[in-house]
Design a protein around this ligand. Structure first.
Ligand SMILES: NC(=O)c1ccc[n+]([C@@H]2O[C@H](COP(=O)([O-])OP(=O)(O)OC[C@H]3O[C@@H](n4cnc5c(N)ncnc54)[C@H](O)[C@@H]3O)[C@@H](O)[C@H]2O)c1
Length: 341
């Protein structure tokens, strides 16, 4: 068995078509089959050379499919992951794990029962700039880390769709499980864990419904603190025009700071710099600016599928913790009150 993995995809929409399928191709793996309830999405998959099925049973019966990427709307992740876990196929499931904490808990139970290799598709872990940032932190180049600051924002209005005529499920609280906070904050929460090798333990958030005309939050500020006391600050939004500066990741330490600009997202590139805490001078740090986080994600998951020792980098329990943090952040918003004296 070579290193070329036979992939299946459940839900061949925007992220699968524009980022995962090209990542599979660039890694030298094979997109074998797709299941999608939508005719237009199945036609797009056929154009990519995949066999298609209207429901997941057809995909499960494909022996050539070794690993399955789940990229349906959030509320449909659970049923796909449960079916795949029972079939024994490896699963890479999009973030957030699910639209609700209870669904995510059921998924982790199914993964454990099925004994399958499971990962949540936190592609940002695989951006070469973020790997370089983690290396620099580990080498002590910014001293003791005090704070991670993240801005990850975009414009997503009621009419937003990835294809003409596609359901904008992101603005439906039952399908998405929340708004900008649910969609965008998982990346930042997971990146904090990736960069520091420790999780956020305490979290609070304030959300807003300020600029858009729908039922989910269109912006949020989150503050978090890791077990050892490092602070994290995340601004996520659906109400930030795309032409504004809106993708920034910083690690601040006692001796310097690392700043990544325009690296968060699905594509390769962006910039990374190291600012010295004494001189204030900034120098560019190099990284592979051609490799997209999706390509690197496919490579890493495929390699871990073939080499079980590499699976330590994945943890369904860690991803469940991220879901608990999201639930706590929303819960705190509901109970937050302005104190008047
Ligand atoms: N990591 C990232 O950068 C990133 C980016 C975008 C989306 N995502 C995540 O990927 C997932 C999909 O997002 P999207 O923007 O591609 O959505 P989308 O709406 O573009 O695509 C969803 C696809 O699922 C299909 N579908 C719907 N119901 C189905 C069912 N019951 N069975 C099979 N297929 C079904 C639809 O026909 C469509 O083709 C979400 O969980 C989202 O949060 C992640």
């Amino acid at each position: 068995m070579g290193d070329s993995i036979g992939w299946g995809i459940v839900g061949y929409g925007w992220v699968a078509r524009d980022y995962m399928a090209p990542g599979i191709r660039a890694a030298g793996h094979r997109l074998v089959a797709v299941s999608d309830s939508g005719q237009a999405s199945r036609a797009a998959a056929e154009a990519e050379g995949a066999r298609t099925h209207a429901d997941i049973a057809g995909l499960l019966s494909e022996p050539e499919v070794e690993a399955v990427y789940v990229a349906t709307p959030n509320h449909l992740h659970r049923e796909a992951v449960e079916a795949l876990a029972a079939s024994g196929k490896a699963v890479l499931c999009e973030k957030p794990m699910a639209a609700s904490l209870s669904d995510a808990e059921a998924m982790v139970a199914a993964v454990s029962k099925g004994g399958i290799f499971y990962g949540t598709a936190f592609d940002q872990r695989h951006h070469p700039a973020h790997r370089a940032m983690r290396d620099a932190i580990r080498q002590g180049r910014i001293g003791a880390v005090t704070t991670i600051r993240i801005v990850y924002a975009c414009w997503l209005d009621r009419a937003w769709t990835s294809f003409a005529g596609q359901d904008n499920w992101r603005i439906d609280p039952l399908k998405a499980g929340g708004g900008a906070l649910m969609d965008l904050a998982p990346h930042g929460i997971d990146l904090v864990d990736f960069l520091l090798d420790e999780s956020i333990e305490d979290i609070a958030a304030l959300t807003q419904a300020r600029a858009q005309d729908y039922a989910v939050d269109d912006g949020a500020l989150l503050i978090g603190r890791t077990g050892s006391g490092i602070l994290a600050n995340l601004h996520v939004a659906y109400n930030c025009p795309d032409a504004l500066p809106r993708r920034r990741l910083e690690a601040i330490g006692t001796k310097g700071a690392l700043t990544a600009i325009d690296t968060m997202g699905q594509v390769a590139g962006g910039t990374l710099s190291l600012t010295d805490g004494v001189s204030g001078q900034a120098q560019a740090l190099s990284f592979d600016a051609e490799a997209s986080p999706f390509l690197e994600q496919v490579r890493a998951f495929g390699s871990a599928l073939r080499r079980p020792a590499e699976r330590d980098a994945y943890s369904a329990e860690r991803d469940l913790h991220t879901m608990r943090l999201l639930a706590r952040a929303y819960e705190g918003c509901r109970t937050a009150r302005v104190v008047e004296d």
